[in-house]
Design a protein around this ligand. Structure first.
Ligand code: GDG
Length: 743
């Protein structure tokens, strides 16, 4: 409104000034027209009076002439009439004839523009016309007309012109204001939506796109420009940052200064176990812990996890918190306690018998039980409460880990709408048809879409997720920006390939490759020149251990020269014991190894050395360093860190990696021998190729793979997610500020 007044008042003044300037011009114009009218009227009057006047003149009846003149001047506009017989004569005229009009001076009124005579009564119009009379030469008829009506009309004209312009001003102003208001609103809306980054990352809490058609081309150009700048910045970042725990910490300090950071995972980074009368601290060997710990240290955050250790309750304070690392506390673990029923339903049941096989499509039927689902919901709710308890601010950054917490993002969003929830799904996401069999598919999807950022290892998992949402939910999917908007909440679906720490911890690679080779062969009763392959996995049916054994058997069938000269050491950490499928799988693995060994042991060491037990990380790395090849044959795997660990372990640039095409890692490590684990012949051929590969080729391949793992390490994985979250928060704050200043 204020804006409109600011605009309208000057406009009205300008138009009034124009009216003032135009009115005299209009006045002059109408005056000319009136004078022309008076001239023709005078001729008309002269023509009309000529005949009776001539008769009266001829009759010499002067009194009658005066009466005649007086009669015709009753017309209000005819002011005076006179007759001059000759320039020397006295005018025969009505008394109203102005004294300035003398017969001797009539010539002054005869010119074309000399008709006006100012007088006390107002301007008079004088017309002098020849008229034949009693004398030989024609006399002059003088007609004086009142022009005061012209003055009156001129005033009226000026007034009307002024009113006309003022009216015009009002109409123009009104139209201008309406148009200005509309375009201003559109401009502001457009500007706001640009600031919100709609089209890049749409506004959190809104799915509206800029609507003004005229604005769209500019918005598109600007958005493209911003995208270019962002990707330039990314490229610069990627090129310039050597990602390490230190650079991750430094970046977090500058980008997320003072932010409240929480991590939620099922497994805790430190587990307190009771061993007799003392408490032992265990660190689970997990890439995720390695990546997230620098974040926790940098931000002094809180890690919320299931307290699963036998001594966990003994060491926490009254808020269930314990400061870690024990030797140099830098952040807190908040432990969430679960009853055996909750653990059975949420963890073993819905997460590992339902979602795990559902997402992996490894030919194990998912089992869905409504009781498990109820526990899954309840436990997710329990963790959501812990997140709210542990948040120091209303807008924490919460890093939610994995498929145990599909419902947690939305639960957090309900309680803390300004929180930035980054959910990372460590396992694959299947196609919509496969996912559709989950009886609670909509709830799972809606729960995940409480995230601000949802990360997967590969673009195809992102695509599958977006396709699934598109198929089953009434959500707005933007495939260009890769965002999903559900109920006004926007989720960016992004690819963040996980990796391992680089360089690897010096402690785990301190024994030389030569020593590893000899000691490992000695330990397993293998000759010094014996060829060795290695596999390291949790004993999970998705890892393709049975398929791996089939390939080894096929190699020995097709290339019998390897019988007695090659053995495969399978390190298999027991996992999810208690789930029937896993027990069955373990039994199958044991049986198959026994059968193959029985078939080939007569000629030297057994082809398969099966080690079903948990190993120390250092031992695992020694196996990697001692081996000639590592075989990863997962039937489906989000990433597979073992492949990257093998590469990291080989600082001698030797050894061959055989890698299943169904792992996320295969997209990043094409220099491995990429195989289809279901194709035993192909895998057997790859084993033979690996065992016979010249050292030079091994080095070339290993060098390239090491370069990639070094650059795309786990600190980059964590750093990129947090940098994206920081950028998203900066944008949201800008939008809030813009909205505040505008209202
Ligand atoms: C999920 C996804 C994704 C194995 N046995 C022992 C042992 N390990 C270590 C390995 C490796 C880790 O366990 C296994 O990691 P993976 O990535 O291979 O597989 P998952 O456990 O299924 O992990 C997977 C990962 O999440 C990360 O996002 O890559 O796709 O399924 O680090 O070395 N470690 C020790 N003893 C063992 O006996 N110490």
């Amino acid at each position: 409104m204020r804006l409109s007044l600011r605009f309208v008042l000057p406009l009205m003044l300008v138009l009034a000034a124009i009216a003032y300037a135009v009115a005299p011009m209009v006045d002059r114009l109408t005056l000319t027209w009136f004078v022309r009218d008076l001239d023709s009227r005078a001729s008309l009057v002269a023509n009309t009076v000529q005949e009776p006047l001539q008769e009266l003149l001829t009759a010499g009846r002067r009194v009658k002439i005066l009466e005649f003149f007086n009669r015709i001047t009753r017309d209000e506009r005819l002011f005076a009439v006179g007759y001059c017989a000759a320039p020397t004569a006295k005018a025969l005229a009505t008394r109203s004839l102005p004294p300035e009009i003398q017969c001797a001076e009539l010539a002054r009124w005869e010119g074309p523009n000399n008709h006006l005579l100012p007088s006390n009564q107002g301007p008079l119009h004088v017309t002098v016309l020849p008229i034949a009379g009693e004398a030989a030469s024609p006399g002059r008829l003088v007609l004086v007309q009142d022009m005061s009506f012209i003055t009156r009309r001129s005033e009226e004209t000026k007034r009307y012109v002024f009113y006309l312009f003022m009216g015009l001003a009002a109409v123009v102003s009104l139209i201008t204001v309406v148009v200005a208001q509309l375009s201003w609103r559109g401009w502001v809306a457009g500007m706001r939506s640009l600031l919100r980054g709609e089209g890049l990352l749409r506004r959190p809490g809104s799915s509206a796109a800029p609507t003004l058609p005229g604005f769209k081309p500019i918005a598109r150009d600007l958005q493209r420009l911003i995208r270019d700048l962002e990707s330039d910045a990314h490229a610069r970042d990627e090129a310039q940052i050597a990602w390490s725990p230190e650079s991750l910490r430094a970046i977090l300090r500058s980008e997320l200064r003072g932010e409240d950071v929480l991590v939620v995972s099922n497994r805790e980074p430190y587990i307190h176990q009771r061993r007799g009368d003392r408490i032992e601290v265990q660190r689970p060997a997990s890439g995720v812990v390695t990546a997230l710990e620098p974040i926790m240290r940098a931000c002094s955050g809180t890690w919320i996890a299931h307290g699963s250790g036998s001594a966990d309750r003994e060491v926490v304070d009254r808020h269930d918190r314990v400061a870690v690392p024990p030797e140099n506390p830098a952040y807190n673990i908040r432990r969430v306690w679960l009853t055996p029923e909750e653990e059975a339903g949420y963890y073993f049941g819905f997460a590992n018998e339902g979602l795990w096989p559902l997402c992996h499509i490894a030919h194990v039927r998912p089992t869905f039980r409504s009781g498990d689902w109820a526990y899954y919901v309840a436990v997710n709710r329990k963790f959501a409460r812990a997140v709210v308890d542990e948040s120091k601010t209303k807008d924490p950054i919460v890093l939610v880990q994995d498929y145990h917490f599909a419902l947690l993002p939305n639960m957090i969003h309900e309680e803390l709408p300004n929180a930035t929830v980054i959910t990372f799904w460590h396992i694959p996401w299947p196609n919509p048809e496969s996912f559709a069999i989950c009886p609670w598919r909509d709830e799972v999807l809606e729960g995940m879409l409480g995230s601000s950022i949802l990360g997967f290892h590969t673009q195809s998992h992102c695509n599958n997720f977006v396709d699934t949402v598109d198929r089953f939910l009434e959500a707005r999917v933007d495939r260009a920006a890769f965002t999903v908007s559900l109920g006004g909440k926007l989720t960016a679906v992004r690819r963040y390939p996980i990796s391992i720490a680089w360089p690897p911890n010096p402690e785990i690679v301190q024994t030389s490759v030569a020593d590893c080779r000899s000691s490992m062969r000695q330990l397993n009763d293998l000759p010094p020149d014996h060829k060795v392959g290695v596999g390291v996995d949790r004993l999970d049916y998705t890892k393709g251990i049975l398929e791996r054994f089939s390939a080894i058997e096929r190699l020995l069938e097709l290339k019998p020269e390897w019988v007695g000269r090659f053995s495969f050491i399978q390190v298999a950490a027991p996992t999810r014991t208690g789930i029937e499928e896993y027990e069955h799988h373990e039994a199958q693995v044991r049986a198959m190894a026994t059968r193959i060994n029985a078939r080939y042991t007569r000629r030297g060491p057994p082809p398969i050395l099966l080690k079903i037990e948990h190993h120390d990380p250092r031992e695992v790395y020694e196996y990697f360093r001692a081996a000639d090849l590592c075989f990863v044959s997962s039937l489906h795997d989000g990433m597979n860190l073992v492949a990257k660990e093998f590469v990291a372990a080989r600082d001698d640039e030797r050894g061959v990696l055989i890698l299943s095409q169904f792992t996320g890692a295969a997209r990043e490590l094409p220099e491995a021998l990429i195989v289809n684990p279901y194709d035993a012949d192909q895998c057997a051929a790859a084993l033979h190729l690996a065992l016979t590969m010249p050292a030079e080729q091994q080095r070339d391949r290993m060098r390239l793979m090491r370069g990639l793992v070094a650059e795309y390490n786990v600190f980059r994985w964590a750093g990129r997610m947090l940098l994206d979250a920081a950028a998203m928060r900066r944008r949201s704050r800008l939008i809030e500020k813009t909205a505040r200043t505008d209202t």
